[in-house]
Design a protein around this ligand. Structure first.
Ligand SMILES: [Zn+2]
Length: 238
């Protein structure tokens, strides 16, 4: 089952929609994320600028229920309703994103895991913990810095805000690809530490930023930007 929500104007653009759907379907054919929101804004005018025509936002661990709640209170109003996805097992970012980007299969449950070959737990040293995973290198806007990785567990909301701001800045500096990939990672620590209320603040910010980004994109290019957003896994209340 593949979930998708489509910007209402896209209904008038069947070719663009089908193209977008096929792209997304191919991209996430093997995704088994527990929950997600997938958002597509369709084009209304042929491209003329060098900016990418598609923005793909991967948020770490945002649950489906929270995105629906945001939509019910009026956010992401130009998008079709979020849909559910089925998660990988184990429902973890490393496993999910490795699958999404067709990276090598993870060696263990997480970076820290038991190695039968070595007969010991590996991946526990700080330099092993903070180096970027292969899937993280596939994104155009991602924070791979060691300090950032530590800070998202300390000042999670602040760092999530910085990641959103970086997305907007980096996107408009990009001109060498059709699709621009963004990884928002601080959302997972926010959920683990503070639960859904503070995560909703992130969605409020994302909603506003995407509105601004879309307006700026239209002003610069004369067309709508296709935006697809999803999470690699969900997060439960219990
Ligand atoms: Zn995660």
């Amino acid at each position: 089952m593949f979930p998708l929500i489509v910007y209402k104007k896209a209904l008038f653009l069947d070719n663009d929609i089908m193209e977008g759907l096929m792209e997304i379907n191919n991209m996430f054919n093997k995704i088994t994320a527990f929950c997600c929101v997938a958002i597509l804004l369709a084009l209304s005018v042929p491209a003329r600028a060098a900016l990418p025509d598609t923005l793909v936002i991967a948020t770490d661990g945002i649950p489906y229920s929270l995105v629906r709640e945001a939509q019910l209170k009026g956010e992401f109003k130009d998008f079709y309703p979020a849909s559910k996805m089925i998660g990988v097992f184990p429902s973890l970012s490393d496993a999910a994103f490795d699958d999404i980007f067709h990276c090598d299969t993870p060696l263990g449950y997480q970076r820290i895991h038991f190695s039968p070959e070595k007969n010991e737990v590996v991946g526990k040293f700080i330099n092993e913990l903070i180096h970027p995973e292969e899937y993280q290198l596939r994104f155009d806007s991602v924070h791979n810095g060691k300090i950032h990785y530590v800070l998202i567990y300390i000042a999670s909301n602040t760092m999530a805000g910085k990641e959103i701001a970086a997305m907007q800045r980096d996107f408009f500096m990009s001109n060498n690809a059709d699709v621009f990939y963004v990884f928002i990672e601080a959302t997972d620590p926010i959920l683990h530490k503070y639960g859904k209320d503070k995560t909703m603040l992130f969605l409020d910010n994302l909603n506003k930023t995407l509105d601004d980004l879309q307006k700026e994109y239209i002003a610069k290019t004369g067309k709508h930007l296709k935006i697809i957003a999803f999470s690699d896994h969900g997060n439960t209340d219990g």
